[in-house]
Design a protein around this ligand. Structure first.
Ligand code: BDR
Ligand code: CA
Length: 309
């Protein structure tokens, strides 16, 4: 199995990404670390512990991360994810505690101990990953790839130019995109095509186990925000699970190797992932940017992952 570390801010779609990763034995989840983003850091940490408790995976080490972005004040997405960060399902209280390490210390510990290079899978702001890279530069060669949800080659979802995860901590994203580590970017271009429709939610609801029921509850809450006609969606984009789906079945996706840079200065476009799709800068590609996926097969993969519990 491929060793991975999930760095997430659960978050409905983060929770579903965790569930998919842990359902598939091709992935070996070494640790879960939490970032501040969808909710405050205390809440995202607690949510990760609650989801792992539901899954009976209290053996997985969990660590909380930075309380704030590198240089800015924290912005949260409680308009999308609610007061708890995971509004909707009734989740168990955490049956275990986080380890007494920071997110980046736990990453370093696991990466050092792993026989094979590790893939990092961030699905929140990149603060913890950037902090790890600054603190442990000698461990870079031990990272196989970073597969992240964030950014867009096209339009943003938090500002006209920026996607939420990158907008929250653009300085951290800048460090990650300049790191030289192979990157896969699941930005809004692909995730807006990974929509879950009402009939898909009904399909998950029909799977008779508590994990599938929890996912159906999560989806029913998550679709509410996305029903606003301004988006023009038929369903709700399941952003974060695209990272796990790409790791499991890259053949479902289309993408292109591009040079990507992060805007950190401009007031109007801060947090933009500037994607050089036509190789106009002549700079070497640093990112495999995903653009599209086979939506129905992605939904099949989610359903199969839920049947596993
Ligand atoms: C990203 O922002 C968060 O609200 C989601 O969990 C996802 O990671 C989408 O822009
Ligand atoms: Ca997220």
């Amino acid at each position: 199995p491929r060793p991975i570390i999930l760095d997430c801010d659960p978050g409905h779609d983060d929770a579903i990404a965790m569930i998919m990763a842990l359902a598939n034995p091709q992935l070996d989840v070494l640790a879960v670390t939490t970032s501040a983003g969808n909710q405050t850091p205390d809440k995202t940490l607690r949510n990760a512990l609650r989801i792992l408790t539901l899954l009976g995976r209290t053996d997985i080490p969990v660590a909380g991360g930075a309380a704030n972005p590198l240089k800015r004040e924290l912005i949260i997405a409680d308009n999308v994810h609610g007061e708890s960060g995971l509004d909707g399902p009734e989740l168990p209280e955490p049956a275990f505690a986080a380890v007494e390490l920071t997110a980046w210390e736990l990453m370093a510990q696991q990466i050092q101990a792993s026989e094979h290079p590790v893939t990092l899978v961030p699905t929140g702001p990149l603060t913890n990953i950037a902090t790890f890279l600054l603190a442990y530069p000698h461990l870079k060669p031990r990272i196989e790839r970073i597969v992240l949800m964030g950014g867009a080659a096209g339009v943003g979802n938090w500002t006209p130019a920026a996607e939420f995860n990158i907008f929250v901590d653009p300085e951290a994203a800048d460090i990650v995109f300049r790191s030289g580590i192979p990157l896969t970017m699941c930005g809004l271009d692909v995730t807006h095509n990974a929509q879950i429709m009402d009939e898909d939610v009904a399909r998950m609801r029909a799977i008779d186990n508590p994990v599938a029921q929890c996912v159906a509850d999560l989806l029913e809450f998550f679709v509410i925000y996305h029903r606003d006609p301004k988006w023009g969606f038929d369903g709700a984009p399941l952003h974060d699970p695209c990272t796990i789906a790409w790791l499991l079945k890259p053949e479902l996706f289309t993408g292109q190797d591009c040079y990507v840079a992060i805007e950190t200065q401009s007031e109007m476009t801060v947090g933009m992932t500037v994607v050089d799709r036509y190789h106009l800068t002549g700079k070497p590609a640093n990112t495999h940017v995903l653009f599209d996926l086979q939506r129905e097969r992605f939904v099949d993969l989610l359903a199969e992952s839920l049947e596993a519990w």
